[in-house]
Design a protein around this ligand. Structure first.
Ligand SMILES: [Zn+2]
Length: 866
């Protein structure tokens, strides 16, 4: 086809990148090249070409008609204007102001030009193809013929449209095959299923592809950016948790329709890969599109979860995905005029909040581990009034966006619902977490037509609140940082949820280390039906631990089942920034007894599991450990507890029937003084509706592991074969554990460097405090790879005779003796493998000081420090 300039404002001359002349500089002639003063360029626009977006361009060239006989030989360059809908030219939108294509074609004039003769440019297919491939390309094509460093006074003059419609430049384009790109993509992607080496297979695919597409792909491969893309893909394979081949296979299955458009529209899902794509966008525009295609369709695998609990995370994506309906049936997708979704009883009406999440990638019939909404409060309540709400799912396999005709009240709801009775004050911009929505999500993914990637929606209705009792959260129209979130943990095996069935199943124990303990056990927590957990500051500056005990049932898990994941869910009773350091242990009992009201079997009196898990509610910010914020009446989950539960389920006397009970304790492990969090006790709210839950995912089939040491793994985990004793090299009677822990965290370490700490006077003379878990790599002895093969024990004090010249106290030595004996017994470690730090080959240190080292040496000889 031949495209012509149709209007005088569609061509003209720009001089020196500053001034636009719509009729050329003079006499309807446009100058291209160097006019003796500077560079002159010509802008051309071909309106309404009729070429479709993504059309295949076979060849293209520009024709210009010479206006003056010339022996000049300028060097020119043609570029496209990279705009999907380029406007006509004027001074404000002259060529130098507009974005250009990456593709560019040199046009070096090598002959004399004669007046009124037509001359043709070299082929500019690459430029036109790049223009046509823009999303939303509207058929208008704009080009610029630029001076490309011509010597002074080397230029041509060509006729402008103002000279006459048939005199102005033309664009000649031949369209290629109309074969859709996506079809051929499907074709050449097939071989990729066979293996993982993506770059190689891409090359192979290119060779094997039929002509039109093959050409463009080959061309792209030849471009310099391609090696980068191969790297990016390789990188993607490494970082993606699932093999990328599977994802590609899925792409192919789903490939039938639009590629480029839908892909650009939804690049969101896997963030690691998304980054890679941005990188490729910078290096090569043309390739970007197809890569985006791969990624976008790469819905995470939905088949096998490889024996672990998986998590999906969704955020409200569009404004039609959330909003509020009142009891008069009015739907408002922005909540109200202030972008607030009100839920409950307000203004004489009841209000329902609605939240829809797209692309929920959970396979049908998956087992839900737990699920919750996270909502951001939009209002600070004046008091702690009670609002009674009820959460329901919308019982459709792929919920459509909300609208006035498709509003929550018109939709079918799930049979299972979750009560959400909020008795606490909310504060603006806090994040609240709902109770566990497991039952609702479970019902939704069991629908016969549910598919991974479908949309899922929840509504929160009033459930009998008193007049003017309501809660407010931000609508998505308020801003990106305010959008509601959905978190679902799921699994493809079996899950057991157990509860605190009665009031004797939880409570608080105070000051377990005081003798004799006074008022030690509180079945309903210490006050307000809440369990203080952490350090309540009573014995400041001494530690004042408050612990929480829990007995759960039923635990319908057979003996020797494999525990895949276990989490404790607790509800926070207040808004709280406290920094607590907790250790969770199990009761080493076949069938844990409920707590006696007189405290006779309170947690500290019972046998604990060997396995324990640290739960530190602090984060290191700028070297300072800061408490993690808990919101009033939100539900929080513990770290992974599977090792504890496994140890209990493996007990000889474990039965696993409906009466089976399992106990856990959260112990304060030297939380910062006066730092405690509050957990709602069973006694609050009657039937334990806010009480703790224990969720366990398990499977019948037991995994077996070899005992052969894997060299790669050897560098990633601690395999203790030695015990290394250190001193803190700080004053024995004025150093606190938490001070050293904070200092180590400030180095960027995950925790204190040692596994065990024998305290000085401030934490209690000779108290054993747990440092990092024993299976973590230590950060105490660099030489001899000991950080990977030892338990690091630190005795508080400066035992160097030329420095602090302190000596270990009798209590410290007694604790150290017991600790060394215990570790050795548990791990079958010979006493010869207990070393002072300085004795480790390669260690350049005097640690643990010559006032402590002789005790260690004596221990190696006799098994006794003294
Ligand atoms: Zn040391």
């Amino acid at each position: 086809m031949i495209l012509e300039i149709l209007i005088n404002t569609d061509d003209g001359e720009e001089d020196y990148d500053t001034t636009w002349y719509p009729n050329g500089y003079a006499s309807n002639q446009s100058t291209i090249g160097h006019d003796g003063t500077g560079s002159c360029d010509v802008g051309l626009r071909f309106d309404n070409s009729g070429i479709a977006e993504d059309a295949s361009i076979l060849n293209a060239k520009i024709r210009v008609k010479c206006a003056v006989n010339s022996t000049k030989r300028p060097t020119l360059k043609i570029r496209g204007i990279l705009q999907a809908a380029p406007a006509t030219w004027d001074q404000a939108t002259r060529p130098s102001t507009r974005p250009k294509t990456i593709a560019a074609v040199d046009w070096d004039i090598g002959t004399d030009w004669a007046i009124n003769t037509w001359y043709e440019s070299p082929d500019i297919t690459s430029i036109i193809q790049e223009i046509v491939n823009q999303t939303g390309f509207n058929g208008d094509i704009a080009l610029v013929i630029e001076d490309d460093a011509s010597p002074s006074n080397q230029y041509e003059n060509i006729w402008d449209y103002n000279q006459g419609a048939t005199e102005s430049p033309e664009l000649v384009v031949t369209l290629g095959s109309t074969t859709k790109i996506q079809k051929s993509l499907t074709y050449y992607l097939e071989p990729q299923i066979q293996g993982v080496n993506l770059p190689k297979q891409l090359k192979y695919a290119v060779d094997a592809t039929p002509s039109p597409i093959q050409k463009s792909l080959t061309y792209r491969i030849d471009l310099p950016g391609v090696s980068l893309i191969q790297k990016a893909l390789k990188y993607g394979v490494l970082t993606t948790p699932t093999p990328i081949t599977k994802q590609l296979k899925y792409c192919i299955d789903k490939a039938p329709i639009k590629i480029t458009k839908s892909l650009r529209y939804e690049i969101v899902p896997p963030p690691a890969i998304e980054k890679q794509l941005k990188y490729t966008i910078l290096t090569q525009h043309l390739i970007e599109k197809e890569l985006r295609y791969f990624i976008q369709e790469a819905i995470p695998p939905t088949e096998k979860s490889k024996n672990q609990v998986l998590k999906t995370y969704n955020v409200i994506e569009q404004n039609s995905d959330d909003g509020r309906e009142d009891s008069d049936g009015n739907w408002n997708k922005d909540g109200n005029a202030s972008h607030i979704i009100t839920m409950g009883n307000y203004g004489g009406k009841t209000h329902t909040g609605a939240f829809r999440f797209r692309h929920v990638n959970i396979p049908r019939n998956a087992t839900i581990f737990f699920a919750r909404l996270r909502l951001r409060c939009a209002y600070t309540d004046s008091t702690a009034f009670t609002t009674k709400l009820r959460i329901k799912g919308i019982k459709e396999a792929d919920v459509q966006p909300f609208s006035a005709t498709n509003k929550p009240s018109t939709k079918p709801k799930t049979v299972d619902t979750v009560a959400w009775e909020i008795y606490k004050q909310w504060n603006v911009n806090e994040w609240v977490q709902t109770p566990n929505l497991l039952l609702i999500v479970q019902e939704l993914v069991r629908q016969s037509d549910w598919k991974a990637g479908n949309a899922m929606a929840f509504i929160i209705e009033d459930d009998g609140s008193a007049a003017e009792n309501c809660k407010s959260v931000w609508d998505s129209s308020s801003g990106a940082e305010d959008k509601a979130e959905l978190e679902i943990y799921w699994f493809d095996k079996e899950v057991n949820v157990s509860f605190l069935q009665l009031n004797d199943r939880d409570g608080e124990e105070d000051y377990r280390d005081k003798t004799p303990p006074t008022n030690a056990w509180y079945p309903d927590g210490w006050g307000n039906n809440r369990i203080t957990c952490g350090d309540d500051g009573t014995y400041s500056p001494d530690a004042s631990p408050n612990d929480a005990g829990f007995i759960f049932s039923p635990i319908l898990i057979p003996k020797k089942a494999q525990i895949v994941s276990a989490r404790l869910l607790v509800t926070s009773d207040n808004q709280n920034n406290a920094m607590t350091n907790w250790i969770i242990r199990g009761f080493a009992e076949d069938n844990a007894a409920p707590f006696a009201s007189d405290g006779s079997n309170r947690p500290s009196t019972r046998m604990k599991t060997q396995a324990w898990v640290q739960w530190t509610l602090g984060v290191a910010e700028g070297g300072i450990l800061t408490g993690i914020h808990w919101t009033a009446q939100s539900v929080y989950e513990s770290p992974e507890l599977k090792e504890i539960v496994q140890e209990i389920v493996d007990r000889a006397g474990w039965i696993g029937d409906a009466s089976q009970k399992l106990g856990l304790v959260i112990e304060s492990e030297h939380s910062a003084i006066g730092n405690a969090k509050y957990i709602v006790d069973y006694s609050k709210g009657g039937a334990g509706q806010w009480a703790a839950q224990l969720i366990i995912a398990w499977q019948q089939k037991r995994r077996t592991t070899t005992i052969t040491k894997d060299l790669a793994a050897y560098d990633k985990a601690n395999y203790p074969e030695f015990i290394i004793v250190h001193h803190s090299a700080t004053p024995r009677d004025s150093t606190k554990f938490i001070t050293i822990k904070n200092a180590h965290i400030s180095y960027g370490w995950g925790d204190i460097g040692y596994h065990k700490w024998v305290s000085g006077l401030l934490d209690g003379d000779g108290i054993l405090i747990q440092g990092r878990p024993e299976n973590w790599i230590g950060a105490h002895t660099n030489s001899n790879k000991q950080n990977y093969r030892s338990i690091g024990v630190c005795v508080c004090g400066d035992f160097h005779s030329t420095a602090g010249n302190e000596i270990p106290t009798a209590a410290q030595l007694a604790t150290l003796q017991q600790l060394l004996d215990t570790i050795r017994k548990q791990r079958n470690t010979p006493k010869e493998r207990v070393l002072g730090h300085t004795e480790v080959p390669g260690a350049a240190t005097n640690c643990p000081g010559d006032n402590l080292l002789p005790y260690i040496q004596n221990y190696r000889l006799t098994g006794s420090l003294t």
